[in-house]
Design a protein. Structure first.
Length: 408
């Protein structure tokens, strides 16, 4: 080492190859390494950049961006955004058990556990490039709406408890002006209240000068589960539309190989997951009763070659929506929590970023684990969308000389 120079000998050939492959076009390898070192120092990047295998596919430092994880649950957004090079700078989640999982999975002890409606965004939330939020869907979901109607309660934005959470997101947008918003909700959001809910969401976002893109995407292209969710991606016009329009596109995964349940099922699950004779009889009687009335409520019995229905947060109750025929067992069984994790796309490769060598561990009861998976977003879908967001950031905002984003 001399003055300001550092010469490194005996580098592993794989590391040299990695540097060659990952240096963004337009900057030198020397500059790229300097960026990585200063990112590590400035950002106190928690996961050692040089220890393997905790290396996101797009390394933080190649395109350093920060995101916040609101309504974080078990961190579907967190896995996905980390894997494309983002650093999470704030997480909010009030559920005690979701927090136990989130802390164990991501090693994060700083989750804000308050009711998000009570926090002072300007003071508490750090600056960030992407605001991520899969805001609670019960006020808009079909099941949530009919339950609320039957109890004579208000739904959607009129839901006193949860309806105003979207407004809280808008408060945070006003306080922090993140350049990008990345939101997720149930498909029904667009048709709820004859389209009025969706019109209001669009209006609120657009009047704040964001350009909005939305698409309903079925996760079955990535996991063996039908799970249609609406994804909303918004770009601040002031930051992005200065020189040219934003040509954002959602992923088009039609060519993905179809993943089936057999790809995620365990060969020897514990027998405790087999339905009792009493529960199986009850589910069959219930389905027959509804069939006689002409409606299709009932259980979903799957073979290994199927794609399942949507897993809901109530899966823990009886597992009815996704039952598995298990050879050699007299009754069908429900998914094990580990299978539920893979059905939701929480792959081992994400777990490795955070130092777990054998997948994410189960640190709560089966009941809580099923609830958490039924509530979460599929990180594989979020990751594919996030890659396209990164493309836009690179195209519009990357400083070619430093490899850094121009917005912060
Ligand atoms: C639909 S889930 C989002 C799940 C998340 N996207 C994931 O991947 O796991 C909504 C989450 O928001 C949390 N939540 C609801 N209301 C909240 C509030 N007022 N303050 C903080 N968190 C809240 C719930 O506990 C729940 O975990």
């Amino acid at each position: 080492m001399s003055n300001n120079n550092l010469h490194i000998r005996d580098l592993d050939p794989n590391d040299i190859m990695w540097i060659k492959q990952n240096t963004p076009s337009g900057i030198s390898q020397n500059q790229f390494l300097k960026n990585i070192i200063s990112s590590a120092r400035e950002e106190e990047f928690r996961y050692s950049l040089f220890s393997k295998p905790i290396v996101p596919s797009y390394l933080y430092g190649k395109l350093p961006f920060k995101f916040i994880d609101l309504f974080a649950g078990i961190g579907g957004f967190r896995c996905a955004l980390t894997s494309v090079g983002g650093k999470c700078v704030f997480s909010s989640e009030w559920d005690k058990y979701a927090n136990i999982t989130y802390k164990a999975w991501y090693g994060d002890n700083d989750v804000n556990t308050e009711d998000i409606r009570t926090i002072d965004a300007k003071r508490i939330i750090p600056d960030h490039d992407i605001l991520c939020a899969g805001f609670p869907c019960q006020p808009f979901s079909i099941a949530g709406v009919s339950k609320k109607k039957s109890l004579g309660r208000k739904h959607g934005f009129e839901d006193e408890e949860q309806g105003n959470l979207f407004e809280k997101i808008m408060d945070i947008v006003d306080a922090k002006r993140p350049p990008i918003l990345f939101l997720e909700n149930v498909k029904n959001l667009k048709s709820h209240d004859k389209g009025n809910t969706w019109r209001r969401i669009k209006l609120e976002i657009e009047k704040r000068n964001y350009i909005l893109f939305s698409q309903v995407i079925d996760a079955r292209n990535w996991v063996p589960q039908h799970r249609e969710r609406i994804f909303i991606v918004c770009f601040d016009r002031k930051t992005f539309c200065k020189k040219q329009p934003v040509n954002f596109e959602f992923p088009n995964p039609q060519n993905n190989e179809q993943i089936l349940l057999k790809n995620i099922l365990e060969t020897l699950p514990d027998e405790k997951y087999m339905l009792s004779d009493k529960l199986w009889q009850y589910l069959k009687d219930y389905a027959a009763k509804h069939k006689a009335k002409g409606n299709g409520f009932g259980f979903g019995l799957n073979t290994r070659n199927d794609v399942s229905r949507t897993m809901s947060a109530r899966y823990y109750k009886d597992g009815a929506e996704i039952l598995i025929h298990q050879d050699g067992w007299k009754n069908p069984r429900r998914l094990t929590p580990r299978e539920a994790m893979f059905l939701m796309g929480f792959q081992n490769r994400y777990a490795e970023f955070f130092g777990h060598n054998n997948g994410f561990p189960q640190v709560v009861s089966d009941t809580q684990a099923y609830k958490q998976f039924g509530n979460s977003v599929v990180p594989l879908v979020v990751e594919e969308i996030a890659k396209n967001i990164v493309e836009i950031m690179v195209h519009h905002l990357l400083d070619e000389n430093t490899g850094r984003l121009l917005v912060r």
